[in-house]
Design a binder for this molecule. Structure first.
Ligand SMILES: CCCCCCCC/C=C\C=C\CC(=O)SCCNC(=O)CCNC(=O)[C@H](O)C(C)(C)COP(=O)(O)OP(=O)(O)OC[C@H]1O[C@@H](n2cnc3c(N)ncnc32)[C@H](O)[C@@H]1OP(=O)(O)O
Length: 302
């Protein structure tokens, strides 16, 4: 028998922005005793699905990104991620495991179709949403783990770096800020985040070459914290990492995190407009548009 009840969180009046949480309080396995299985939610939309499962005992939410084929981040998907984080804050989640529901890809980073042939208006909407989603993820009150179960180039790496702990499935996938390889420049807040993660020396080497690290290379430079051989192992390690916070007072933890991240966060908050202007100037230039077109073609040719 499944006992379930539903409640709405963050329904903003549009279908794809409404989150329906379904609490399955008890799940009775035939001939066995009832097992609590936690809180399960599904966030569906034309611009990506986000599956949320909350463990009733620990309060840890597993958020699975699912926007086929490669979890590329467009405006709608970023908005959905932000709404999900808002809901988890409201629900007082005790931890986040951010992962992918797709095989082989954590996220392919920004949806290049949002950058190619864009207008100033569409780029403004997209970039403003990216800034907003990132600020939310970077400053969550709950501890966060990225379980990187596939490739994580560009903004995929940025999302992972914004989590407090990174566990990556080895050995086939790569992670890194590869903007220079595409003939563009990582925005200053991506750079700040990479410096915070790797230190200036390794960040400079990585950013100037647009390096995509294998999991073992990433482990060596500190871009990830652990490399695992299976997703199950990754989940167990993520849960173990988060469990240490069960006995740490939440406010002390959160304020400490924000103190450490404050410089990088406020650099973007204070310079959002400047960042947007930089992006518009660079991305709408004829030379970069040509490069993006060729890059898209090269992806499609494979
Ligand atoms: C003065 C200061 C100025 C500062 C200005 C700052 C400006 C900053 C601007 C931009 C910053 C950007 C950051 C980014 O995130 S850029 C994106 C980085 N990501 C990538 O480069 C990834 C590209 N993709 C791949 O390498 C592969 O697709 C991979 C993820 C490894 C998956 O490989 P595979 O499984 O073999 O899948 P396919 O390559 O066949 O791809 C399947 C289809 O998906 C399309 N695709 C892939 N990636 C993207 C993407 N990022 N956006 C949109 N579409 C993507 C691909 O074309 C295939 O399409 P189709 O099925 O139609 O052929």
């Amino acid at each position: 028998m499944i006992i379930s009840f539903h409640y709405n969180i963050g329904n903003q009046g549009i279908f794809h922005n409404s989150i329906m949480f379904v609490k399955k309080a008890l799940f009775a396995v035939p001939n066995s005793k009832s097992l609590p299985i936690g809180l399960v939610a599904r966030f569906s939309s034309a611009t990506g699905d986000i599956g949320v499962t909350v463990n009733d005992k620990t309060g840890v939410a597993t958020v699975k990104l699912q926007r086929a084929p490669v979890n590329s981040l467009n405006t709608g998907f970023l908005k959905n991620i932000e709404s999900t984080l808002d809901s988890l804050e409201k629900e007082k989640a005790r931890g986040l495991i951010l992962t992918s529901g797709l095989p082989k890809i954590f996220t392919a980073g920004l949806d290049i179709l949002e950058l190619y042939n864009c207008t100033t208006e569409s780029l403004t909407t997209f970039w403003t949403q990216l800034q907003s989603t990132w600020l939310k993820l970077h400053a969550t009150s709950f501890p966060s783990v990225a379980l990187i179960n596939g490739h994580a180039p560009g903004a995929g790496c940025q999302l992972a770096m914004s989590c407090e702990y990174r566990i990556m499935l080895g050995p086939k996938y790569t992670i890194g800020l590869n903007e220079t390889k595409m003939g563009i420049i990582a925005p200053f807040w991506f750079v700040d985040t990479m410096i915070d993660t790797l230190g200036p020396r390794q960040a400079e080497l990585a950013l100037t070459s647009g390096k995509l690290f294998t999991s073992s290379e990433a482990l060596k430079v500190g871009l990830i914290d652990e490399e695992v051989g299976s997703e199950e192992e990754g989940v167990a390690k993520a849960e173990a990492f988060l469990s240490q916070y069960a006995t740490i007072p939440g406010t002390a933890r959160k304020l400490t995190k924000l103190m450490i991240r404050e410089k990088t966060i406020s650099n973007l908050v204070k310079n959002k407009d400047k960042d947007l202007k930089n992006v518009i100037d660079l991305i709408t230039s004829a030379q970069v548009q040509k490069g993006l077109g060729l890059y898209l073609q090269s992806l499609k040719k494979k």
